[in-house]
Design a protein around this ligand. Sequence first.
Ligand code: RP5
Length: 178
Amino acid sequence: MEREEESAMASVGIVMGSDSDLPIMAKAAEVLDELGISYEMNVISAHREPQEFFEYANAAEEKGYKVIIAGAGKAAHLPGMCAAIFPMPVIGIPMKTSDLGGVDSLYSIVQMPTGIPVATVAINGGANAGILAAKILATSDAALLERLKGYSANLKQQVIEKDARLQELGYKEYLKQQ
Ligand code: RP5
């Protein structure tokens, strides 16, 4: 494969079982955008279109993905089935659901059999899935690692500023101004 072609490829596949998952999956995409990581985003249902799902999962390595972020809700088989086929890390995002609060999705995604892990983030944990994908890619990308360190330093700075504001205003005034 040509080097130029390789660099144009997306390193992360973001996939969700339904467009109803998109608001949460967008949080993963926002993190990848912020850190300058290329990705492709698809809606593919393992249950409603199994053939298309298998085509997606079988082609993922060849397309250049290094990580897949897969989100699903309820009987959430998409992340686990991605992990069954794709040989690199799969990060699962359990969707919050209306009937069972997302515990259904969480248990479906996290309870994988030995040998086929899915790195499962919190219910609706879209941003953390993006950060985790970035950290995986940063193990072999020094420039990305520096950007991630900057991201963490920014988080720390935000907490320092919030504490300074709390000391200055006191909690009652702080709450009023939130
Ligand atoms: C799952 O079923 C999807 O991931 C979604 O979270 C859930 C409900 O899908 P819709 O009925 O909203 O399309 O496959």
